[in-house]
Design a protein. Structure first.
Length: 262
């Protein structure tokens, strides 16, 4: 019986001490202070357990010496000192209180670990406001560029039509100088004015396409810059969240494992 009680108290003391060490790995400085305080109480418990063993050894020696379970002087059974038993009762009360303390501490550890995971998600959601803002800018620049390219396509079609009209004119020159002198005369024999008008229209449409192409190239650069800014911010937010969540989840899983072992 003595050995059983002593074994229970000693093994319990070792479990508490081991538990305190496991808790300290995933806890704050405040919990570290608790660990040091608990270690002191564990040592005190060990001392009490050793004293109890000495008490019961002495009691057993008295029984062996007397050759009976009863005290020959009093006729009553040999019993340990009541004051010492009071100490043992207090020791078990300490064990009960220690379990309550561990319960409170472990709940705090898990609450903090879950809060860390949740904070990663909160930070991601907050950071996404900037991502969405850049996404809006990027989509706006994309629409501007798309509209410009559609206008450019229309201008190219108009240019091809007008320049083709000029190219299809077979006789653009004549050896007779009178042909040129009658430029202002609107006659079928002298289509020079139509040729000049067609050439002017072709040249004007070429200028329009050139200017529109330059404008669209600038819009494309703006779209590209907006897209890169959006992509970089999105990647940064996602990478930050991934690392934060991974570390927080690892800490949470470690706390759960340690507390289960405890």
């Amino acid at each position: 019986m003595v050995r059983s009680i002593v074994a229970i108290l000693v093994s319990r003391g070792m479990a508490i001490e081991s538990g305190v060490l496991m808790q300290s790995q995933a806890n704050t400085d405040a919990a570290l202070g608790f660990e040091m305080d608990a270690s002191g109480r564990v040592n005190k418990m060990k001392q009490t357990t050793e004293a109890m063993e000495v008490q019961y050894k002495g009691l057993l020696q008295q029984i062996v010496t007397a050759g009976s379970l009863q005290d020959p002087d009093t006729g009553k059974p040999f019993l340990p000192n009541k004051d010492f038993l009071d100490i043992v009762v207090k020791q078990f009360q300490y064990l009960k209180d220690e379990l309550k303390n561990e319960n409170t501490l472990n709940k705090g550890i898990l609450a903090d670990a879950h809060a860390a995971v949740a904070q990663c998600n909160t930070d991601r959601n907050t950071a996404f406001a900037q991502v969405l803002s850049l996404q809006g800018t990027m989509q706006s620049e994309r629409n501007v560029h798309k509209t410009c390219r559609l206008d450019e396509d229309a201008a190219i079609t108009d240019m091809e039509t007008k320049c083709n009209a000029f190219d299809t004119i077979q006789n653009k020159c004549d050896e007779d100088q009178d042909w040129y002198a009658k430029f202002d005369e609107d006659t079928e024999e002298n289509p020079l004015k139509d040729i000049v008008d067609a050439a002017t229209a072709c040249k004007g449409s070429v200028d329009v396409v050139t200017a529109k192409a330059d404008e669209c190239d600038d819009d494309q650069d703006d779209f590209k810059d907006a897209y890169c800014a959006y992509a970089q911010e999105l990647a940064k937010v996602c990478d930050t969240h991934s690392l934060c969540y991974s570390n927080a989840k690892k800490a949470l899983d470690g706390s759960v494992t340690n507390i289960k072992e405890l």
